[in-house]
Ligand binder design. Structure first.
Ligand code: G6P
Length: 609
Protein backbone atom coordinates (compact mmCIF):
# COMPACT_ATOMS: atom_id res chain seq x y z
CA UNK A 1 0.00 0.00 0.00
CA UNK A 2 1.08 3.64 -0.30
CA UNK A 3 4.34 4.68 1.36
CA UNK A 4 5.75 8.07 2.38
CA UNK A 5 9.33 9.18 2.90
CA UNK A 6 10.60 12.71 3.53
CA UNK A 7 13.88 14.35 4.46
CA UNK A 8 15.38 17.71 5.24
CA UNK A 9 18.98 18.29 6.28
CA UNK A 10 22.53 18.92 5.20
CA UNK A 11 22.71 15.71 3.13
CA UNK A 12 21.69 15.17 -0.49
CA UNK A 13 17.95 14.53 -0.29
CA UNK A 14 17.21 12.79 -3.61
CA UNK A 15 19.35 9.65 -3.08
CA UNK A 16 17.93 9.37 0.42
CA UNK A 17 14.39 9.56 -0.90
CA UNK A 18 15.03 6.94 -3.63
CA UNK A 19 16.66 4.69 -1.02
CA UNK A 20 13.67 5.09 1.29
CA UNK A 21 11.29 4.43 -1.62
CA UNK A 22 13.12 1.23 -2.50
CA UNK A 23 12.68 0.01 1.08
CA UNK A 24 8.97 0.88 0.90
CA UNK A 25 8.55 -1.22 -2.24
CA UNK A 26 7.56 -4.24 -0.18
CA UNK A 27 4.28 -2.61 0.80
CA UNK A 28 3.02 -3.04 -2.77
CA UNK A 29 2.66 -0.12 -5.20
CA UNK A 30 2.04 0.72 -8.83
CA UNK A 31 3.53 4.20 -9.26
CA UNK A 32 6.19 6.27 -7.59
CA UNK A 33 7.41 9.84 -7.36
CA UNK A 34 9.33 12.50 -5.50
CA UNK A 35 9.48 16.27 -5.16
CA UNK A 36 12.69 18.09 -4.20
CA UNK A 37 13.27 21.69 -3.24
CA UNK A 38 15.93 23.31 -5.48
CA UNK A 39 17.27 26.85 -5.96
CA UNK A 40 14.79 27.27 -8.77
CA UNK A 41 11.72 25.91 -7.03
CA UNK A 42 10.25 22.49 -6.32
CA UNK A 43 11.01 19.87 -8.95
CA UNK A 44 8.67 16.88 -9.18
CA UNK A 45 9.48 13.60 -10.96
CA UNK A 46 6.90 10.79 -10.95
CA UNK A 47 5.74 7.90 -13.06
CA UNK A 48 3.68 4.77 -13.34
CA UNK A 49 5.71 1.64 -12.56
CA UNK A 50 8.52 0.77 -10.22
CA UNK A 51 11.50 2.65 -8.77
CA UNK A 52 13.63 1.65 -11.78
CA UNK A 53 11.38 3.75 -14.03
CA UNK A 54 11.70 6.72 -11.67
CA UNK A 55 15.49 6.36 -11.60
CA UNK A 56 15.59 6.35 -15.40
CA UNK A 57 13.64 9.61 -15.40
CA UNK A 58 15.99 11.09 -12.80
CA UNK A 59 19.01 10.05 -14.87
CA UNK A 60 17.56 11.66 -17.97
CA UNK A 61 16.77 14.84 -16.10
CA UNK A 62 18.83 15.01 -12.88
CA UNK A 63 17.74 17.12 -9.92
CA UNK A 64 20.66 19.17 -8.78
CA UNK A 65 21.63 18.96 -5.18
CA UNK A 66 18.67 19.40 -2.86
CA UNK A 67 18.48 19.19 0.92
CA UNK A 68 14.70 18.84 1.21
CA UNK A 69 12.42 16.35 -0.51
CA UNK A 70 9.39 14.08 -0.14
CA UNK A 71 8.65 10.82 -1.96
CA UNK A 72 5.80 8.37 -2.35
CA UNK A 73 4.91 4.89 -3.54
CA UNK A 74 1.26 4.77 -4.66
CA UNK A 75 -1.15 1.83 -4.56
CA UNK A 76 -4.00 3.05 -6.75
CA UNK A 77 -7.41 3.72 -5.22
CA UNK A 78 -8.91 6.86 -6.82
CA UNK A 79 -7.83 6.69 -10.46
CA UNK A 80 -5.73 3.94 -12.04
CA UNK A 81 -1.93 3.78 -11.98
CA UNK A 82 -0.58 6.55 -14.27
CA UNK A 83 2.10 9.24 -14.40
CA UNK A 84 -0.52 11.89 -13.69
CA UNK A 85 -2.18 10.12 -10.77
CA UNK A 86 1.18 9.36 -9.13
CA UNK A 87 2.16 11.48 -6.11
CA UNK A 88 3.44 14.10 -5.29
CA UNK A 89 0.58 16.39 -6.34
CA UNK A 90 1.16 20.11 -6.76
CA UNK A 91 -1.32 22.96 -6.60
CA UNK A 92 0.03 26.52 -6.45
CA UNK A 93 2.67 26.71 -3.72
CA UNK A 94 1.66 23.37 -2.20
CA UNK A 95 3.17 19.98 -3.00
CA UNK A 96 2.08 16.91 -1.08
CA UNK A 97 2.14 13.15 -0.79
CA UNK A 98 -0.72 11.31 0.86
CA UNK A 99 -1.56 7.93 2.34
CA UNK A 100 -5.21 7.16 3.07
CA UNK A 101 -8.48 8.23 1.45
CA UNK A 102 -10.22 11.61 1.58
CA UNK A 103 -13.80 10.38 1.64
CA UNK A 104 -15.49 13.74 0.95
CA UNK A 105 -13.16 14.60 -1.95
CA UNK A 106 -16.05 14.78 -4.44
CA UNK A 107 -17.83 17.53 -2.47
CA UNK A 108 -14.56 19.41 -1.93
CA UNK A 109 -13.69 19.07 -5.62
CA UNK A 110 -17.08 20.42 -6.73
CA UNK A 111 -16.72 23.39 -4.38
CA UNK A 112 -13.28 24.18 -5.76
CA UNK A 113 -14.32 23.68 -9.38
CA UNK A 114 -17.13 26.15 -8.83
CA UNK A 115 -14.47 28.74 -7.96
CA UNK A 116 -12.50 28.00 -11.14
CA UNK A 117 -9.91 25.52 -9.82
CA UNK A 118 -9.08 22.83 -12.40
CA UNK A 119 -7.63 19.37 -11.76
CA UNK A 120 -5.33 17.22 -13.87
CA UNK A 121 -5.60 13.89 -12.04
CA UNK A 122 -8.44 11.67 -10.86
CA UNK A 123 -7.09 11.51 -7.32
CA UNK A 124 -8.50 12.57 -3.97
CA UNK A 125 -4.95 13.70 -3.14
CA UNK A 126 -4.89 16.47 -5.71
CA UNK A 127 -8.14 17.76 -4.19
CA UNK A 128 -6.46 17.73 -0.75
CA UNK A 129 -3.53 19.70 -2.22
CA UNK A 130 -5.94 22.26 -3.68
CA UNK A 131 -7.84 22.66 -0.39
CA UNK A 132 -4.58 23.12 1.49
CA UNK A 133 -3.18 25.52 -1.08
CA UNK A 134 -6.35 27.63 -0.89
CA UNK A 135 -5.96 27.91 2.90
CA UNK A 136 -2.24 28.62 2.63
CA UNK A 137 -2.83 31.40 0.11
CA UNK A 138 -5.48 32.80 2.46
CA UNK A 139 -3.65 32.70 5.82
CA UNK A 140 0.02 32.48 4.80
CA UNK A 141 0.89 30.37 7.84
CA UNK A 142 1.58 26.66 7.20
CA UNK A 143 0.47 25.39 10.60
CA UNK A 144 -2.93 27.09 10.64
CA UNK A 145 -3.43 26.39 6.92
CA UNK A 146 -2.83 22.67 7.47
CA UNK A 147 -5.13 22.64 10.50
CA UNK A 148 -7.97 24.40 8.73
CA UNK A 149 -7.60 22.42 5.52
CA UNK A 150 -7.55 19.04 7.25
CA UNK A 151 -10.54 20.02 9.42
CA UNK A 152 -12.54 20.10 6.17
CA UNK A 153 -11.48 16.59 5.18
CA UNK A 154 -13.13 13.35 6.26
CA UNK A 155 -11.53 9.92 5.88
CA UNK A 156 -7.95 9.06 6.67
CA UNK A 157 -4.72 10.75 5.84
CA UNK A 158 -1.02 10.99 6.44
CA UNK A 159 0.44 13.92 4.53
CA UNK A 160 4.03 14.91 3.77
CA UNK A 161 3.98 18.53 2.59
CA UNK A 162 6.32 21.07 1.00
CA UNK A 163 5.51 24.74 0.37
CA UNK A 164 7.49 26.40 -2.40
CA UNK A 165 8.23 29.48 -0.27
CA UNK A 166 9.35 27.57 2.84
CA UNK A 167 12.96 26.61 2.29
CA UNK A 168 14.23 23.54 4.11
CA UNK A 169 10.86 22.84 5.73
CA UNK A 170 8.80 19.64 5.56
CA UNK A 171 5.39 19.47 7.20
CA UNK A 172 3.42 16.39 8.16
CA UNK A 173 0.10 15.52 9.73
CA UNK A 174 -1.72 12.27 10.32
CA UNK A 175 -5.21 11.05 11.06
CA UNK A 176 -5.98 7.36 10.68
CA UNK A 177 -2.80 6.58 8.71
CA UNK A 178 0.59 6.19 10.42
CA UNK A 179 3.54 8.58 10.21
CA UNK A 180 6.89 8.37 11.95
CA UNK A 181 9.48 11.13 12.41
CA UNK A 182 13.16 10.30 12.78
CA UNK A 183 16.33 12.12 13.80
CA UNK A 184 19.51 11.32 11.87
CA UNK A 185 23.09 12.55 12.02
CA UNK A 186 22.57 14.84 9.04
CA UNK A 187 18.93 15.84 9.25
CA UNK A 188 15.36 14.86 10.00
CA UNK A 189 13.16 12.27 8.34
CA UNK A 190 9.54 11.37 7.89
CA UNK A 191 8.12 7.99 6.85
CA UNK A 192 4.95 5.97 6.90
CA UNK A 193 6.89 2.93 8.01
CA UNK A 194 9.81 2.27 10.36
CA UNK A 195 11.64 0.08 7.87
CA UNK A 196 12.08 3.01 5.45
CA UNK A 197 13.98 4.88 8.17
CA UNK A 198 16.33 2.06 9.17
CA UNK A 199 18.97 2.79 6.49
CA UNK A 200 19.43 6.25 8.04
CA UNK A 201 18.81 6.16 11.78
CA UNK A 202 17.24 4.29 14.69
CA UNK A 203 15.91 7.34 16.61
CA UNK A 204 12.23 7.76 15.93
CA UNK A 205 8.97 9.25 17.13
CA UNK A 206 5.49 7.99 16.12
CA UNK A 207 3.13 10.87 15.46
CA UNK A 208 -0.05 10.52 17.47
CA UNK A 209 -3.51 11.01 15.87
CA UNK A 210 -4.04 14.66 15.00
CA UNK A 211 -0.43 15.73 15.67
CA UNK A 212 1.22 18.00 13.15
CA UNK A 213 4.99 18.17 12.60
CA UNK A 214 7.44 20.63 11.15
CA UNK A 215 10.91 19.43 10.18
CA UNK A 216 13.85 21.68 9.40
CA UNK A 217 17.54 20.81 8.98
CA UNK A 218 18.05 21.90 12.59
CA UNK A 219 15.18 20.26 14.40
CA UNK A 220 11.72 18.79 14.57
CA UNK A 221 8.67 20.29 16.26
CA UNK A 222 5.45 18.47 17.03
CA UNK A 223 2.22 20.46 17.44
CA UNK A 224 -0.49 18.84 19.55
CA UNK A 225 -4.13 19.03 18.51
CA UNK A 226 -4.38 22.48 20.18
CA UNK A 227 -1.17 23.55 18.39
CA UNK A 228 1.08 23.51 21.46
CA UNK A 229 4.62 22.96 20.13
CA UNK A 230 7.09 20.51 21.67
CA UNK A 231 10.20 18.54 20.75
CA UNK A 232 9.39 14.93 19.87
CA UNK A 233 10.14 12.40 22.62
CA UNK A 234 12.58 10.31 20.58
CA UNK A 235 12.83 6.55 21.13
CA UNK A 236 15.42 4.11 19.83
CA UNK A 237 14.31 1.07 17.86
CA UNK A 238 16.11 -2.27 18.15
CA UNK A 239 15.30 -3.03 14.50
CA UNK A 240 18.29 -2.79 12.18
CA UNK A 241 18.65 -2.22 8.45
CA UNK A 242 20.05 -5.79 8.18
CA UNK A 243 16.88 -7.24 9.74
CA UNK A 244 14.97 -5.74 6.83
CA UNK A 245 17.31 -7.21 4.17
CA UNK A 246 17.27 -10.55 2.39
CA UNK A 247 20.47 -11.84 3.99
CA UNK A 248 21.42 -14.15 1.12
CA UNK A 249 17.94 -15.62 0.52
CA UNK A 250 16.49 -15.19 -2.97
CA UNK A 251 13.27 -13.78 -1.52
CA UNK A 252 12.14 -12.18 1.71
CA UNK A 253 9.36 -14.74 1.92
CA UNK A 254 11.79 -17.63 2.06
CA UNK A 255 13.97 -15.82 4.58
CA UNK A 256 10.92 -15.19 6.73
CA UNK A 257 9.81 -18.84 6.55
CA UNK A 258 13.27 -19.84 7.79
CA UNK A 259 13.08 -17.25 10.58
CA UNK A 260 9.93 -18.85 12.00
CA UNK A 261 11.53 -21.14 14.61
CA UNK A 262 13.37 -18.20 16.16
CA UNK A 263 10.35 -15.89 15.79
CA UNK A 264 8.13 -18.37 17.65
CA UNK A 265 10.66 -18.72 20.48
CA UNK A 266 10.99 -14.93 20.75
CA UNK A 267 7.22 -14.49 20.78
CA UNK A 268 6.30 -17.12 23.34
CA UNK A 269 9.23 -17.31 25.75
CA UNK A 270 8.56 -13.89 27.36
CA UNK A 271 5.17 -15.37 28.27
CA UNK A 272 6.56 -18.28 30.29
CA UNK A 273 7.56 -18.20 33.97
CA UNK A 274 8.83 -21.33 35.71
CA UNK A 275 7.53 -23.44 32.84
CA UNK A 276 3.99 -22.05 33.16
CA UNK A 277 2.09 -19.67 30.84
CA UNK A 278 2.41 -16.17 32.27
CA UNK A 279 1.45 -12.87 30.64
CA UNK A 280 2.32 -10.67 33.61
CA UNK A 281 5.01 -8.89 31.56
CA UNK A 282 2.17 -7.78 29.27
CA UNK A 283 0.18 -6.50 32.23
CA UNK A 284 -2.25 -9.43 32.10
CA UNK A 285 -2.76 -11.60 35.17
CA UNK A 286 -4.73 -14.78 35.89
CA UNK A 287 -7.67 -12.71 37.17
CA UNK A 288 -8.00 -11.09 33.75
CA UNK A 289 -8.11 -14.47 32.00
CA UNK A 290 -10.54 -15.88 34.56
CA UNK A 291 -13.13 -13.23 33.67
CA UNK A 292 -13.10 -14.13 29.97
CA UNK A 293 -16.31 -15.98 29.14
CA UNK A 294 -16.25 -15.71 25.37
CA UNK A 295 -13.92 -14.29 22.75
CA UNK A 296 -14.46 -12.43 19.49
CA UNK A 297 -11.33 -12.49 17.33
CA UNK A 298 -11.35 -9.74 14.69
CA UNK A 299 -8.78 -9.47 11.90
CA UNK A 300 -8.16 -9.50 8.14
CA UNK A 301 -6.55 -11.95 5.74
CA UNK A 302 -4.07 -14.33 7.30
CA UNK A 303 -4.52 -12.75 10.72
CA UNK A 304 -8.20 -13.73 10.51
CA UNK A 305 -7.05 -17.25 9.55
CA UNK A 306 -4.87 -17.28 12.67
CA UNK A 307 -8.12 -16.52 14.47
CA UNK A 308 -9.73 -19.58 12.85
CA UNK A 309 -6.99 -21.75 14.34
CA UNK A 310 -7.46 -19.74 17.55
CA UNK A 311 -11.10 -20.88 17.75
CA UNK A 312 -9.99 -24.49 17.96
CA UNK A 313 -7.23 -23.77 20.48
CA UNK A 314 -9.34 -21.57 22.73
CA UNK A 315 -12.37 -23.85 22.65
CA UNK A 316 -10.46 -27.14 22.98
CA UNK A 317 -7.81 -26.08 25.48
CA UNK A 318 -9.53 -23.25 27.38
CA UNK A 319 -13.22 -24.15 26.79
CA UNK A 320 -13.98 -20.53 25.90
CA UNK A 321 -16.57 -20.08 23.13
CA UNK A 322 -14.77 -18.17 20.36
CA UNK A 323 -15.60 -16.71 16.97
CA UNK A 324 -13.23 -15.28 14.37
CA UNK A 325 -14.67 -12.37 12.39
CA UNK A 326 -13.61 -10.65 9.20
CA UNK A 327 -12.83 -7.12 10.42
CA UNK A 328 -14.45 -5.38 7.45
CA UNK A 329 -17.75 -7.14 8.29
CA UNK A 330 -17.57 -6.80 12.05
CA UNK A 331 -19.24 -3.41 12.30
CA UNK A 332 -22.23 -4.44 10.20
CA UNK A 333 -22.98 -7.63 12.06
CA UNK A 334 -20.93 -7.98 15.24
CA UNK A 335 -21.48 -11.18 17.19
CA UNK A 336 -23.65 -10.61 20.24
CA UNK A 337 -21.51 -9.57 23.19
CA UNK A 338 -22.28 -10.64 26.73
CA UNK A 339 -20.80 -10.07 30.14
CA UNK A 340 -17.30 -11.51 29.88
CA UNK A 341 -16.76 -10.93 26.16
CA UNK A 342 -13.16 -10.16 25.20
CA UNK A 343 -12.39 -8.78 21.74
CA UNK A 344 -8.98 -9.86 20.42
CA UNK A 345 -7.78 -7.98 17.34
CA UNK A 346 -4.87 -9.49 15.45
CA UNK A 347 -2.66 -7.54 13.07
CA UNK A 348 0.92 -7.98 11.92
CA UNK A 349 1.23 -4.36 10.77
CA UNK A 350 -0.89 -2.81 13.50
CA UNK A 351 -2.27 -0.40 10.91
CA UNK A 352 -4.83 -2.35 8.86
CA UNK A 353 -7.70 0.09 8.40
CA UNK A 354 -10.52 -2.47 8.63
CA UNK A 355 -9.07 -3.99 11.80
CA UNK A 356 -8.57 -0.56 13.32
CA UNK A 357 -12.16 0.41 12.51
CA UNK A 358 -13.41 -2.82 14.11
CA UNK A 359 -11.27 -2.16 17.19
CA UNK A 360 -12.75 1.32 17.50
CA UNK A 361 -16.24 -0.10 17.08
CA UNK A 362 -15.61 -2.59 19.90
CA UNK A 363 -14.15 0.16 22.09
CA UNK A 364 -17.18 2.38 21.47
CA UNK A 365 -19.40 -0.56 22.38
CA UNK A 366 -17.61 -0.65 25.76
CA UNK A 367 -15.98 -4.06 25.17
CA UNK A 368 -12.53 -4.86 26.59
CA UNK A 369 -9.97 -5.20 23.80
CA UNK A 370 -6.67 -6.99 23.46
CA UNK A 371 -4.41 -6.57 20.43
CA UNK A 372 -1.94 -9.16 19.14
CA UNK A 373 0.38 -7.02 17.04
CA UNK A 374 3.85 -7.37 15.52
CA UNK A 375 4.78 -3.78 14.65
CA UNK A 376 5.37 -1.87 17.85
CA UNK A 377 3.80 1.48 18.68
CA UNK A 378 1.32 1.19 15.87
CA UNK A 379 -2.18 2.57 16.05
CA UNK A 380 -3.88 -0.74 16.84
CA UNK A 381 -1.33 -1.53 19.54
CA UNK A 382 -1.83 1.89 21.06
CA UNK A 383 -5.60 1.99 20.97
CA UNK A 384 -6.35 -1.46 22.39
CA UNK A 385 -6.82 -1.77 26.15
CA UNK A 386 -4.09 -4.43 26.32
CA UNK A 387 -1.47 -5.54 23.84
CA UNK A 388 0.63 -8.61 23.31
CA UNK A 389 3.45 -8.15 20.83
CA UNK A 390 4.58 -10.97 18.61
CA UNK A 391 8.31 -10.62 18.15
CA UNK A 392 8.58 -11.76 14.55
CA UNK A 393 10.81 -8.83 13.56
CA UNK A 394 10.19 -6.86 10.36
CA UNK A 395 8.14 -8.80 7.84
CA UNK A 396 8.79 -7.57 4.32
CA UNK A 397 7.23 -10.14 1.94
CA UNK A 398 3.64 -9.15 1.22
CA UNK A 399 2.42 -12.70 1.90
CA UNK A 400 2.77 -13.15 5.63
CA UNK A 401 4.48 -16.26 7.00
CA UNK A 402 6.33 -15.61 10.25
CA UNK A 403 3.72 -12.99 11.17
CA UNK A 404 0.92 -15.57 10.95
CA UNK A 405 3.06 -18.25 12.59
CA UNK A 406 3.78 -16.10 15.64
CA UNK A 407 0.13 -15.03 15.90
CA UNK A 408 -0.89 -18.70 16.15
CA UNK A 409 1.88 -19.37 18.67
CA UNK A 410 0.67 -16.54 20.91
CA UNK A 411 -2.95 -17.73 20.64
CA UNK A 412 -1.71 -21.15 21.73
CA UNK A 413 -0.10 -19.61 24.79
CA UNK A 414 -3.23 -17.57 25.56
CA UNK A 415 -5.32 -20.76 25.41
CA UNK A 416 -2.91 -22.41 27.86
CA UNK A 417 -2.97 -19.35 30.15
CA UNK A 418 -6.78 -19.19 30.25
CA UNK A 419 -7.07 -22.92 30.81
CA UNK A 420 -4.61 -22.72 33.69
CA UNK A 421 -6.25 -19.61 35.18
CA UNK A 422 -9.63 -21.30 35.13
CA UNK A 423 -8.23 -24.41 36.77
CA UNK A 424 -9.04 -26.66 33.81
CA UNK A 425 -5.48 -27.97 33.66
CA UNK A 426 -2.90 -28.52 36.34
CA UNK A 427 0.74 -27.39 36.32
CA UNK A 428 1.93 -30.57 34.62
CA UNK A 429 -0.57 -30.25 31.79
CA UNK A 430 0.16 -26.53 31.41
CA UNK A 431 3.90 -27.25 31.31
CA UNK A 432 3.31 -29.82 28.56
CA UNK A 433 1.42 -27.26 26.47
CA UNK A 434 4.17 -24.70 27.07
CA UNK A 435 6.85 -27.18 26.02
CA UNK A 436 4.86 -28.02 22.90
CA UNK A 437 4.79 -24.43 21.79
CA UNK A 438 8.22 -23.23 23.00
CA UNK A 439 10.27 -26.30 22.03
CA UNK A 440 8.42 -28.84 19.89
CA UNK A 441 6.84 -26.35 17.48
CA UNK A 442 10.09 -24.49 16.57
CA UNK A 443 11.86 -27.84 16.11
CA UNK A 444 9.04 -29.17 13.96
CA UNK A 445 9.29 -26.10 11.70
CA UNK A 446 13.07 -26.56 11.36
CA UNK A 447 12.67 -30.27 10.64
CA UNK A 448 10.06 -29.62 7.94
CA UNK A 449 12.48 -27.17 6.33
CA UNK A 450 14.89 -30.10 5.88
CA UNK A 451 12.33 -31.46 3.39
CA UNK A 452 12.43 -28.57 0.97
CA UNK A 453 13.68 -30.74 -1.93
CA UNK A 454 10.74 -33.11 -1.54
CA UNK A 455 8.28 -30.20 -1.32
CA UNK A 456 9.82 -28.63 -4.41
CA UNK A 457 9.26 -31.89 -6.28
CA UNK A 458 5.57 -31.83 -5.36
CA UNK A 459 5.33 -28.18 -6.35
CA UNK A 460 6.34 -29.05 -9.90
CA UNK A 461 2.99 -30.74 -10.29
CA UNK A 462 1.06 -27.87 -8.70
CA UNK A 463 2.83 -25.24 -10.78
CA UNK A 464 1.25 -26.59 -13.99
CA UNK A 465 -2.30 -26.36 -12.66
CA UNK A 466 -4.82 -23.52 -12.51
CA UNK A 467 -6.96 -24.97 -9.68
CA UNK A 468 -5.95 -26.56 -6.38
CA UNK A 469 -8.16 -27.65 -3.48
CA UNK A 470 -7.20 -27.85 0.17
CA UNK A 471 -9.26 -30.01 2.52
CA UNK A 472 -9.16 -30.70 6.23
CA UNK A 473 -11.34 -31.05 9.31
CA UNK A 474 -11.28 -29.00 12.52
CA UNK A 475 -7.96 -27.18 12.96
CA UNK A 476 -6.84 -28.61 9.63
CA UNK A 477 -9.72 -26.87 7.88
CA UNK A 478 -8.51 -23.59 9.41
CA UNK A 479 -4.97 -24.38 8.23
CA UNK A 480 -6.34 -25.26 4.78
CA UNK A 481 -7.73 -21.72 4.53
CA UNK A 482 -4.26 -20.31 5.14
CA UNK A 483 -2.62 -22.81 2.75
CA UNK A 484 -5.04 -21.88 -0.03
CA UNK A 485 -4.58 -18.15 0.59
CA UNK A 486 -0.78 -18.45 0.49
CA UNK A 487 -0.90 -20.34 -2.80
CA UNK A 488 -3.30 -17.96 -4.53
CA UNK A 489 -1.58 -14.81 -3.23
CA UNK A 490 1.81 -15.59 -4.66
CA UNK A 491 1.34 -18.15 -7.46
CA UNK A 492 -1.98 -16.80 -8.86
CA UNK A 493 -3.32 -20.36 -8.91
CA UNK A 494 -6.99 -20.54 -7.99
CA UNK A 495 -6.95 -22.31 -4.64
CA UNK A 496 -9.94 -23.10 -2.43
CA UNK A 497 -10.19 -24.57 1.05
CA UNK A 498 -13.05 -26.82 2.06
CA UNK A 499 -14.04 -28.64 5.18
CA UNK A 500 -13.17 -32.16 4.03
CA UNK A 501 -16.67 -33.49 4.70
CA UNK A 502 -18.30 -30.67 2.76
CA UNK A 503 -16.63 -31.31 -0.57
CA UNK A 504 -19.12 -34.01 -1.53
CA UNK A 505 -21.98 -31.52 -1.16
CA UNK A 506 -21.11 -29.69 -4.35
CA UNK A 507 -17.48 -28.91 -4.99
CA UNK A 508 -16.53 -32.49 -5.76
CA UNK A 509 -18.09 -31.85 -9.19
CA UNK A 510 -14.95 -29.82 -9.97
CA UNK A 511 -12.61 -32.75 -9.36
CA UNK A 512 -11.38 -34.27 -12.59
CA UNK A 513 -8.35 -36.23 -13.77
CA UNK A 514 -5.19 -34.89 -12.12
CA UNK A 515 -6.85 -32.07 -10.10
CA UNK A 516 -4.50 -31.46 -7.16
CA UNK A 517 -6.05 -31.83 -3.70
CA UNK A 518 -3.94 -31.09 -0.64
CA UNK A 519 -5.44 -32.90 2.33
CA UNK A 520 -4.33 -31.95 5.84
CA UNK A 521 -4.94 -34.43 8.65
CA UNK A 522 -3.17 -33.66 11.91
CA UNK A 523 -5.84 -34.78 14.38
CA UNK A 524 -5.68 -38.48 15.18
CA UNK A 525 -9.38 -38.75 15.97
CA UNK A 526 -10.34 -37.30 12.59
CA UNK A 527 -7.86 -39.20 10.44
CA UNK A 528 -10.16 -42.00 9.30
CA UNK A 529 -12.86 -39.59 8.22
CA UNK A 530 -10.47 -37.34 6.28
CA UNK A 531 -8.89 -40.42 4.73
CA UNK A 532 -12.34 -41.41 3.43
CA UNK A 533 -12.66 -38.00 1.82
CA UNK A 534 -9.22 -38.47 0.27
CA UNK A 535 -10.40 -41.73 -1.25
CA UNK A 536 -13.55 -40.03 -2.57
CA UNK A 537 -11.62 -37.42 -4.52
CA UNK A 538 -8.90 -39.82 -5.58
CA UNK A 539 -11.37 -42.25 -7.05
CA UNK A 540 -12.58 -39.33 -9.21
CA UNK A 541 -9.11 -38.73 -10.57
CA UNK A 542 -7.65 -36.22 -8.08
CA UNK A 543 -3.92 -36.15 -7.43
CA UNK A 544 -3.77 -36.11 -3.62
CA UNK A 545 -0.97 -34.79 -1.45
CA UNK A 546 -1.72 -35.92 2.10
CA UNK A 547 -0.18 -34.21 5.11
CA UNK A 548 -0.66 -36.62 7.98
CA UNK A 549 0.73 -37.71 11.32
CA UNK A 550 3.87 -39.81 11.12
CA UNK A 551 2.00 -42.68 12.81
CA UNK A 552 -0.93 -42.61 10.35
CA UNK A 553 -1.67 -46.03 8.86
CA UNK A 554 -2.16 -46.79 5.18
CA UNK A 555 -1.45 -43.21 4.12
CA UNK A 556 0.67 -44.25 1.14
CA UNK A 557 -2.15 -46.48 -0.09
CA UNK A 558 -4.68 -43.64 0.07
CA UNK A 559 -2.75 -40.75 -1.42
CA UNK A 560 -0.40 -40.06 -4.33
CA UNK A 561 2.14 -38.30 -2.11
CA UNK A 562 2.46 -38.24 1.65
CA UNK A 563 4.09 -35.64 3.91
CA UNK A 564 4.59 -37.04 7.40
CA UNK A 565 4.24 -34.72 10.40
CA UNK A 566 5.80 -35.16 13.88
CA UNK A 567 3.48 -36.27 16.67
CA UNK A 568 5.46 -35.51 19.83
CA UNK A 569 2.93 -32.75 20.59
CA UNK A 570 -0.14 -31.24 18.95
CA UNK A 571 1.76 -27.97 18.48
CA UNK A 572 4.56 -29.75 16.60
CA UNK A 573 2.07 -31.39 14.22
CA UNK A 574 0.23 -28.12 13.63
CA UNK A 575 3.30 -25.98 12.92
CA UNK A 576 4.88 -28.64 10.71
CA UNK A 577 1.72 -28.65 8.57
CA UNK A 578 1.84 -24.86 8.36
CA UNK A 579 5.46 -24.89 7.22
CA UNK A 580 4.71 -27.51 4.56
CA UNK A 581 1.87 -25.50 2.98
CA UNK A 582 3.97 -22.32 3.08
CA UNK A 583 6.89 -24.00 1.32
CA UNK A 584 4.58 -25.63 -1.25
CA UNK A 585 3.16 -22.19 -2.07
CA UNK A 586 6.61 -20.61 -2.23
CA UNK A 587 8.13 -23.29 -4.45
CA UNK A 588 5.11 -23.35 -6.75
CA UNK A 589 5.23 -19.59 -7.21
CA UNK A 590 8.98 -19.76 -7.86
CA UNK A 591 8.47 -22.37 -10.57
CA UNK A 592 5.83 -20.15 -12.16
CA UNK A 593 8.27 -17.23 -12.18
CA UNK A 594 6.04 -15.02 -10.03
CA UNK A 595 7.09 -11.83 -8.25
CA UNK A 596 7.00 -13.59 -4.90
CA UNK A 597 7.67 -10.75 -2.49
CA UNK A 598 5.47 -8.29 -4.34
CA UNK A 599 2.50 -10.14 -5.81
CA UNK A 600 0.34 -8.23 -8.24
CA UNK A 601 -2.44 -6.05 -6.80
CA UNK A 602 -1.59 -6.87 -3.18
CA UNK A 603 -0.31 -4.64 -0.44
CA UNK A 604 1.48 -5.47 2.77
CA UNK A 605 -0.27 -3.01 4.98
CA UNK A 606 -3.78 -2.15 3.85
CA UNK A 607 -4.49 1.28 5.26
CA UNK A 608 -7.74 1.91 3.38
CA UNK A 609 -11.15 0.40 4.18
C1 G6P B 1 -2.93 -7.66 3.75
C2 G6P B 1 -1.77 -8.62 3.61
C3 G6P B 1 -2.10 -9.95 4.28
C4 G6P B 1 -2.47 -9.72 5.74
C5 G6P B 1 -3.63 -8.73 5.86
C6 G6P B 1 -3.84 -8.30 7.30
O1 G6P B 1 -4.01 -8.08 2.99
O2 G6P B 1 -1.47 -8.81 2.25
O3 G6P B 1 -0.97 -10.81 4.22
O4 G6P B 1 -2.83 -10.93 6.33
O5 G6P B 1 -3.34 -7.53 5.12
O6 G6P B 1 -2.70 -7.58 7.70
P1 G6P B 1 -2.29 -7.29 9.18
O7 G6P B 1 -1.09 -6.40 9.07
O8 G6P B 1 -3.46 -6.60 9.83
O9 G6P B 1 -1.99 -8.60 9.83
Amino acid sequence: MCGIIGYTGIGNAVPKITKGLSVLEYRGYDSVGLAAKTDTGIKTVKCKGRIGALEEKLEASPIKESGTAIGHTRWATHGGPSDTNAHPHSVGKTVLVHNGIIENYRELKSELEATGVTFVSETDTEVAAAVLNGEYERVGDPISAIRTATSRMTGSYAFGILFSDKDGEVFAIRSGSPLILAKGADGYYLASDMTALLPFTNEYYCLVEGELARLTPNGATVYSADNTPSEPAWSVTSMTAESAQKGGYPHFMLKEIYEQPEAVVKSVSPRVKKGQPDFSADGIDAEFWKKVKNIQIVACGSAMHAGLVGIRLLEDIAKVPTVSCIASEYRYHPPIATDGTLVIVISQSGETADTLAALRYATDAGLPTLAIVNAVETTIAREADKRIYTYAGPEIAVATTKGYCTQVSVLYMIAAAISKAKGLIDDTEAAALVKGITEDAPKAISDMLENVEMLRGLSERLAKKEHVFFIGRGTDYAMSEEGALKLKEISYIHAEAYAAGELKHGTISLIEEDTPVIAISTEEALYDKTESNVREVRSRGAYVILLCREDAKNAEASADAVIRLPVNSAAATLFASLTAVQVLAYETATLRGCDIDRPRNLAKSVTVE
